[in-house]
Design a protein around this ligand. Structure first.
Ligand SMILES: Nc1nc2c(ncn2[C@@H]2O[C@H](COP(=O)(O)OP(=O)(O)OP(=O)(O)O)[C@@H](O)[C@H]2O)c(=O)[nH]1
Ligand SMILES: [Mg+2]
Length: 346
């Protein structure tokens, strides 16, 4: 399904909201006969201005509230990911606070329109409308922090990739800086994926797609790049690592586990092995989700480093892939594995 936060549109700040509302209010024209007394004209004109401004604000605020999906109603992946990325209680509270000003705005409208009915000179009408706008401004300005907060979290929620539950999804995971993004970028259609020489370059899940050409058909599969995960207790993992964990737990059909057998990534192989074992024990659903083991950076790796990793994992030669994500060496073999595996989907 499409990222449910795609419809979470830009949230205007208080100044923008007030500008729009007052501009519309001041442009409005009341229906009043040309020959009506000047005092009646003033009453109608100012009432209309207040009414239109407040209606505009209420409409816009309701629209903001409605475009934020109800997180509890979302599928598990989006629900849990949203809770990792934002404080869902604070979000609810913020929406509640915005909702809370709607009756206050309606009351300002009522009170000022009643007062307008009792004015004695057109000047009083102008004064009353200014007073109403002043009160409205002060209420909306008090919400600026909440409006800005919504806009801020919108930024991170909209970056969640859209997942097609009907399409197979390969989750590429491993320690930071081992070459996960380089692999996804190389084999998938997503060429915007960022690759850098430092760890935790990838801070959010990034989706790529692969079109696997088979004899008579094209098979499309998803390939998800994830942030690096450190070998440490779950409770100590940060929100960047937890996104990768969530993807492994909730949307993977197949896992590509990437090792860097060399010291280039900045982390020891022992820690990478411990992480691998954790993922195998917890996310392979008793072997139902297969883990493809990749030793990347073969161009840098010494034979002894490859041998050490192979022995530590009790693997034989055909149990892992040796790749160079920079040159693309052997990445075609990974793609062949996918073709082989998803033949059943033809
Ligand atoms: N020599 C060599 N360098 C590689 C290889 N694969 C990736 N790199 C380099 O390793 C660094 C990290 O690559 P990324 O693809 O960003 O690694 P990552 O695992 O996605 O890193 P994070 O997103 O930080 O977890 C970059 O400088 C890459 O150019 C490889 O096979 N050989
Ligand atoms: Mg990366």
């Amino acid at each position: 399904m499409k990222n449910p936060f795609n419809e979470f549109y830009h949230v205007p700040n208080s100044k923008e909201l007030l500008d729009i509302a007052f501009k519309r209010g001041m442009k409005s024209s009341a229906q009043v006969s040309k020959n009506a007394p000047i005092l009646i004209k003033a009453k109608k004109k100012e009432s209309k201005r207040i009414k239109v401004s407040i209606e505009e604000l209420i409409d816009r605020i309701l629209k903001i509230i409605k475009t934020v999906p109800i997180i509890d109603d979302l599928p598990d992946f989006y629900k849990e990911l949203a809770s990792v990325l934002v404080d869902v209680d604070e979000l609810k509270l913020t929406l509640g606070k915005l909702n809370g000003i709607l009756p206050i705005l309606r009351k300002i409208e009522r009170v000022h329109i009643q007062q307008l009915n009792r004015i004695e000179t057109p000047k009083d009408g102008d004064r009353l409308r200014r007073a109403a706008f002043g009160r409205i401004s002060s209420i909306i300005n008090k919400q600026n922090k909440n409006l800005e907060y919504l806009n801020k979290i919108r930024g991170s929620l909209r970056q969640i990739p859209s997942i097609d539950y009907a399409m197979p999804c390969v989750v590429v995971a491993g320690y930071p800086n081992v070459g996960k993004s380089s692999i996804v970028k190389n084999i998938s259609t997503n060429k915007k994926i960022e690759v850098k020489e430092y760890p935790f370059t990838t801070k959010q899940l990034k989706m790529g797609h692969l079109d696997l050409d088979r004899k008579f058909e094209k098979i499309k599969i998803q390939c998800l790049d994830t942030p690096g995960i450190l070998d440490r207790p779950m409770s100590q993992r940060n929100s960047i690592e937890l996104q990768a964990i969530l993807a492994l737990r909730l949307i993977s059909d197949l896992i590509f586990f990437v090792f860097d057998p060399t010291p280039a990534c900045g982390y020891g192989v022992e820690s990478q092995i411990d992480l691998f074992n954790e993922i195998k024990d917890n996310f392979s659903r008793d072997g139902e989700i297969e883990i493809v083991i990749i030793f990347n950076k073969v161009d840098l790796a010494k034979d002894s480093e490859i041998e050490f990793l192979k022995e530590s994992l009790h693997l034989s030669k055909q149990d892992f892939y040796l790749t160079n994500a920079l040159s693309g060496e052997n990445l075609d073999k990974l793609v062949d594995t996918l073709k082989e595996r998803y033949r059943g989907n033809e």
